[in-house]
Design a protein around this ligand. Sequence first.
Ligand code: NAD
Length: 422
Amino acid sequence: MSSQVASIESLKNNPYESMLARFERAADIVKLPEEKREKLRKPAKQIQVHFSILLDNGKERTFEGYRIIHSTTLGPSKGGIRYDQDVNLNEVKALAAWMTWKSAVVGLPFGGAKGGIVVDPKKYSKAELERLTRAYTQALIDVFGPDKDVPAPDMGTGADEMGWLMEEFSILHGKPIYAVVTGKHIHAGGSLGRLEATGKGVSIATLLALKRKGLNPLNATVAVQGFGNVGLHAALFLHQQGLKVIAVSDVSGAFYNPVGIDITDLIVYSQLNNNSLRGYPNAAPIASEDLLTLNVDVLIPAAREDVITMENAHKIRAKIIVEGANRPTSADADELLEYKNILIVPDILANAGGVIVSYFEWLQNSTNEFWNIEQVNEKLEEILTESFQKVFDTAALNRISPRIAAYVIAVKRVSEKKHSVL
Ligand code: NAD
């Protein structure tokens, strides 16, 4: 292993080191020369901004924001904007690099970026969030652009924020520029299928993984951690395909029903219950951590980072893990899971459905086209299936894990300046 690889202890708490650990292993395999590694270890551009807005109470407040561009080698940088009180430079740097690898592994002509504002969005009114988004856009007006850097939603942001960003950017340029951002509302230039794209992608990856393991989807059991955008849609699509989703959790708790949970019923319940699963009557409550160690065919962590670690990896009984969340498995648990012969579909492949359909939105905006949902889903499936086969074939050929194989493909594409599918 390269000397650049961090100690196990630092991997746990430092997302950037965790990203680098996987990058260095892939770089060793593709024999990437040191001068190229050096370039890819560090972000191309790191911008920190401070800006003020007027609050509803008439007082002014200053916020801190970031935009980190890791790479533009394969095309304009692409990546979300996060509104969260824990946003910090190290995490945004890591997430920006992940976007480079994620876009590259599925062959998109995009680089990687990420941004964020240190703010708890729940504490601000809609009007304040609009002023915040517009001020952030003004502060980064020279950074964003359809051919330079194209943001998208992330934790704490959604179609409203993307619409305000697009409007502000357009006002400052004196003309509508829809392709500056993706994840917009349909009426503001968004794409059909974008909202559910990540969960849909996770469900496609799950079916491909089951096939790879020789398991029949109609007999397969699934546990899903997280019932937000990714977990809800993944659970729904798999339920619709006839798989038995026997456990689901959100931040309020976990619920288990061995004969399968009716996901459409669960969605209705959660919508009527302030988007919470708390008190769901048609499944038994279980301890949240127990969902991860259930005896299921497929485990889908779709909530947050570092939920599968050295502390619980030895107890995981799932045959397949499909990583809906970003970095749900800490780097120190990789080897043990591999040893246990658990098939892992790594995050940069499993949750790439969102960036793929973001690419479709950017294309539609750039060419003034509007695709129907069948076109979107067909192309999404085609790209994900091709990428999945390439990752697993590369893994088998080189006797490496699918995670490292995904990095190998991505690092190779970026270093050779070759995108693929489209
Ligand atoms: P979200 O905020 O919509 O949903 C998160 C869900 O996780 C909620 O149901 C929440 O209650 C639940 N949760 C939080 N902590 C939990 C815990 N300890 N145990 C169980 N459930 C818990 O977020 P999302 O957009 O669905 O994103 C989830 C993950 O997927 C994140 O890691 C995100 O970075 C990643 N991701 C999202 C997208 C996307 O398009 N939304 C794309 C790629 C990756």
